[in-house]
Structure formats: C-alpha cells, structure tokens
Ligand binder design. Structure first.
Ligand SMILES: Cc1cn([C@H]2C[C@H](O)[C@@H](COP(=O)(O)OP(=O)(O)OP(=O)(O)O)O2)c(=O)[nH]c1=O
Length: 623
C-alpha cells in the first residue's frame, strides 16, 4: 500500500500544526511532512454536555484549535498559511470524557476509572485550508475522528501511584502515555496505535487522498466504502519508479533481517513495525528530495508521449488499445503499455475498461510541445536552449578559476529574437506556446481588480491578445490595444477567432522600447518586466509613466518571490530561466512596489492573479 505520496501534496504549501503536542509533531515529521508549529491558544472549555458523542466534542475542539491559529496568523503580518492542522485527543469511558488531569489526585481518579476496563481513545482532527481574498480570511474545514480501544490490566493502587509520581500522566488525556511507562498498564490495543499517541496518521493520509484525489466515477463503483481508494487514484508521479514508497513497509523476515538487508527504513530501531510502537525518533523521510530527484521523469514521460504523437493518435476521441497505439506510433507493445500507463496515472489519458482515451491535454498541447521538444539538433527550441545553458559551464567562473562571479551566458536579447527561432514554424510554435500559457490565467488576471472604471487599456507585450480578449469579455465598455513586435502580431490570426469581444480589440505592431505608446487609461504589463534587465525595466516604466495622465492605472502581473528570494520554487525557476535567456529576473512585491512608486504610481494595491501570479495596480499621481 502506497500512502506517502499524498503527503507530497502538502510539500509546497505553508502547513501549520496548531498543536503543542510533541507527539503530534514527531508523528508528522517522521512521516516526511514539513510544517511550522504554532500551538493553539484556544481554551479547551467547550460544554461537553452539548455534544451528542465524545468524538463530536473532540472534532469540534480540534477545529476550534486550528481556526484560532489560522485567524491569528492571518491577522499577524497577513501570514496566511495554506493549511492548518488541529487535533484533540480524549479518552472516553462509560460515557465520560477524560482530558488531561489537572493534578495528581485527578490523575488518580482517571486511572482508577480505567483500571481493568476497556475504554476508547478518540482523536478529532481538523484540516483547515486557508485563503486570503481582499484581506479577508476564508477557510474550508475538513474533519474526521479515529477511535482506538485500549484495555487496562487490573492494576494495584501502589502501581497506579508509582506511575502518577513518575509525572508522566500530567500532559496526557486520560492520565497515561501508552508510548512510554504507561505501556505497562495496557493489556491490549485494538485499532490505530498512533491515534492513542495523539495523531491518527493513517486516517489523516486517507483524508488527504479524499481531498486531493477525489475518486473518478469508475473508481467509485469499485471502491469499498470504508477502504483506502485504489492505488491509481492516489498514485503520483513519484510512484512511477516505486520511489515514493511508505517509510514503513512490512517485509518478510524479522526486523533484524530487514535492517541487515537494508530494506527497513526503521533500521535504527526507532519504530517497531510489528507493534507500531514509538521507541525513539525516526530520521525525517526525504520526500521532497525524492520528488526533486524524480521530477524529470514525469516531464520526460509527457514529452516522450508528445514526441511520439500519442495525443495526436487519440485526438479523434476514439478509444484505442495500447497495442494499436504501439503499432501506429511504431514502438514496442511493452514500451507503449508502460508509457500509456504512466500517462494515465498522470491524468493525461483516461482509461476505460480495456482501452485508452484522450483526456484534457488537447487544449494545452501546444504549450507542452513547446516545452517538450527535446530533439537535440539545430532546430531545437527554447527549452533545449535553456537546458544547455543550465549546464555547469554557464555558471563557471570567468577566466579559468579566478573571478568569483557568475558568467552571464549571453547578451540579453528579446525572447522572440532568440536565435533558435528562425523558421516560421519555430516562431509559430513559440507564439502558440505563449498563447496557451497566457490563456491559463487570463480570467484571474483581468478579475484580480475591478477594472470597470477604465475606458481604454493598452496591453504592452500582449502577444496574441489572449488577455485582451478576456478583458473585453469581462468589461463590455473597455477598448483594448495590444502592442507587440511585428513578428508576433503577424501570427495573431492563427490563434484568435473573430467574435463580438474582438471588435473592441486592436493590434498595433511596434517596439515598446522605441515606438510611441498608444494613449490609454490603463496600461498592462503582464509577465513582461521579469524578462528584461534592470536598465530596460527602468526605461520601459519611465516611458509608460510619461504616457499616463494623472489617474491612469498601471497593472503589473508577475510571479512574485518572497522578500528573501527563497520561494516559491516556481518563481525561482522562472528567475533562473530569465537570467539564462534575457538577463531579467523575478522580484518580490516590495521591489515591484518600489519600481511603481519610483515611476510616479501611488496607491499600489496587490491581489492574487491565478496560480503563482500576483497583480499590482498602481495609479499615476499628478505631475
Ligand atoms: C492517551 C494518550 C494521550 N497522549 C497525549 C496526546 C495529546 O498530546 C494529549 C491530549 O491532549 P490534547 O489536548 O489533545 O493535545 P495537547 O494539549 O498535548 O496539544 P494541543 O492542544 O496543543 O494540540 O495526550 C499520549 O501522548 N499518549 C497516550 O497514550
């Protein structure tokens, strides 16, 4: 059973564990999750009598703990996390809820109740997804609970007091810790051991699978209600080579044998998998490292399928068998089966009973082809160039070993004048890629702010007009001019259908560094500035600024880095890409704000503009 990959879904999110419990922290970090710990200040004082069941109480308390942290972090420096996890563990015996004892006498009362009997340990868990929209916190709460039965032996008064004097009971629900000395009190456990210790890891992973890989219709028929969904619903790229395996897997033989054979991740003796008891810290599972190591395999599989024209074969939406596809694209049946299986698990193809269907990739195909053309020859397009430039020689010190700065690979040049884009076909492919890429976020970009007060807009570097079309669709009063290089404007007709929205869109061929800019109430620079070196950015902003009348707007859209330029990874990759190709760079919000203000734009507002993108809107102040 492969569960670990689902934790990978949280790897690039800002995850917060809203708990002071060292056990929860240990369980989750041992599973490879990376998170910040912010203990909740929620007072655990809900009225127990008002809950129909003990677990309803635990779930509500877990939820309140997580929500308190989410709103505190949101208010403080607007550090809204992506996900907050809260948990609450209680012991229930004969209809009574036991939490942490307040003193030794209380611990004695609790342990006496549990003595010689079976009781339930419930942990309620809340997974809170947080979103910040216009300064407001929005949350989506998913919750569940897990129950484990624990039976205490008949214990003498003397033993109970000895145990209480050890101090162990005081910070634990029910007054005992099964993972340490308290283990001596326990005759048997039925259910998830980690649930007793404070966090039901297994159920948590199942919940994530449910949230991040909702079952498709076919799977629903197959899946048993209470089972983990079939593997193909939660496999992720890292499973392809079996690398995304569970940190704990049972294999034949004793744990000693496994440790010696190097197959036991717990070889340090930190977790006894046979009884699932914690007996010491585990080294963190290097899930993110494995994801990086294997990352290229995913894109390689996609690009290979593109190059073999698998998606072309399937684009008629006629289901095909792997054998038939193999014969059409002229590869071995065994190879085709494996490649198609990978494509299906990546969600690029849909699998019916015995056949393969094309999936939603069609609309994004141009973008993928652009990125995936890995043929190593003269005609190789941009991505290959980037790949080559990324080789170590691009970063070698100048003049042998001495000069300690990075050597820029080339003079900055406009992307479209890239020497590898020589033929009309190359250029079309490039423009197509930009068009497809742009279209993915146009809706979010044009609705990041209410642009209805503007009557005219000028999209500088607006390529095929994908953004202009969406602007015109959203704002029926707006007239839009797209400015881009003649070589690009020449190809617009290949990508734009006529339609009522296009009646208010005009294309102007020109160079925004040299030619005069059309008059407009709103100028847009969407994913433009990062492509240029600093002096060109200054020059362009100064030209825009002097074309603006007071009150005019400038909308910047960029992938933003954090102030320390450490994340997110996508922006860092873009920034490296810009350095290698054009000498440009990505920036943090403060840098873009400073640029806007330096060029006479005030009242700068900021809003998310689609995955990984941020929009900043500044207003030209009076000259
Ligand atoms: C029954 C039992 C509980 N516990 C612990 C798990 C929890 O940490 C604690 C129950 O208290 P909780 O209120 O669930 O958690 P907490 O106060 O430790 O942390 P926070 O409220 O900040 O999330 O009891 C054990 O460690 N071993 C056990 O055998």
């Amino acid at each position: 059973m492969v569960l670990c990959p689902v934790l990978g879904k949280l790897l690039h999110k800002h995850v917060v564990l809203a708990s002071a419990s060292p056990r929860r922290r240990e369980i989750l970090s041992n599973a490879g999750l990376r998170f910040e710990v912010v203990p909740s200040k929620f007072k655990e004082k809900l009225n127990k009598a008002s809950f129909p069941t003990p677990y309803a109480y635990a779930v509500e308390t877990a939820k309140q703990k997580a929500l308190e942290v989410a709103s505190r972090l949101h208010q403080k420096d607007l550090r809204t996390p992506d996900v907050v996890i809260g948990a609450d563990t209680i012991v229930a015996v004969s209809g009574l809820i036991l939490e942490k004892p307040v003193d030794k006498q209380d611990a004695y009362r609790m342990l006496s109740r549990l003595n010689g009997k079976e009781h339930s340990v419930f942990t309620g868990v809340a997974i809170v997804h947080c979103y910040s929209k216009e300064g407001q916190l929005d949350t989506e709460v998913s919750e569940f609970y897990e129950e484990t039965s624990v039976k205490f032996s008949e214990l003498s008064e003397e033993l109970l007091w000895e145990y209480i004097h050890s101090g162990e009971p005081m910070d634990k629900a029910g007054g005992y810790g099964i993972q340490a000395l308290g283990g001596m009190l326990v005759e048997y456990v039925r259910g998830d051991f980690l649930n007793v210790v404070g966090f039901p890891l297994n159920h948590f992973c199942k919940k994530l699978v449910e949230l991040y890989y909702p079952p498709r219709q076919g799977d629903l028929q197959r899946a048993r209600q209470d089972s983990i969904p079939p593997v193909d619903t939660f496999e992720n790229p890292r499973d392809v080579d079996g690398a995304g395996c569970m940190p704990v897997q049972r294999t034949a033989g004793s744990s000693k044998d496994r440790a010696e054979a190097g197959t036991d991740h717990q070889a340090g003796g930190t977790l006894d998998t046979d009884c699932n008891r914690m007996v010491g810290p585990l080294p963190p599972f290097p899930a993110s490292l494995l994801e990086l190591v294997d990352g290229f395999k995913v894109s390689k599989a996609l690009f290979t399928a593109c190059r073999l024209k698998v998606f072309d074969v399937l684009k008629g939406e006629v289901p095909q068998k792997a054998e038939d596809i193999a014969s059409i694209v002229d590869i071995s049946v065994c190879g085709a089966k494996r490649l198609l299986d990978v494509c299906a698990t990546l969600g690029l193809l849909e699998r019916s009973e015995r056949e393969m269907l094309n999936a939603s990739i069609g609309t994004h195909k141009r973008m993928i082809e652009m990125r995936g053309d890995g043929q190593i020859d003269e005609n190789t397009v941009l991505e290959h160039k980037v790949y080559v430039l990324c080789s170590t020689s691009s970063f070698r010190r100048r003049g042998g070993q001495k000069t300690p700065h990075i050597q820029l690979p080339m003079e900055p040049f406009p992307l479209f004048q890239n020497t590898s884009l020589q033929t009309r076909e190359d250029k079309l492919q490039f423009v197509g890629a930009m068009h497809s890429l742009g279209k993915l976020t146009t809706r979010q970009v044009v609705t990041a702010f209410d642009l209805s007060p503007f009557a005219s807009a000028c999209d500088l570097g607006g390529c095929t007009g994908a953004l202009a079309r969406e602007l015109s669709r959203q704002y029926p009063r707006l007239k839009v001019t797209v400015v881009d290089l003649p070589d690009i404007i020449e190809h617009v007709f290949c990508f734009q259908r006529d339609g009522p929205e296009m009646a208010r869109v005009r294309f102007q061929a020109g160079d925004f560094f040299r030619d005069s800019l059309p008059k407009a109430d709103l100028y847009i620079l969407s994913r433009v500035l990062h492509d240029w070196p600093d002096d060109r950015v200054q020059g362009l902003l100064s030209r825009v600024s002097s074309s603006c009348r007071p009150g005019a707007g400038l909308l910047l859209v960029e992938a933003i880095m954090d102030s320390e330029e450490r994340k997110p990874r996508a922006s860092l990759m873009w920034s490296l890409n810009s350095l290698l190709q054009t000498g440009g760079r990505d920036r943090c919000v403060a840098d873009y704000r400073a640029l806007l203000e330096q060029h006479g734009f005030g009242d700068v507002q900021e809003a998310p503009a689609g995955p990984g993108l941020t929009a900043l809107l500044g207003t030209r102040v009076g000259q």
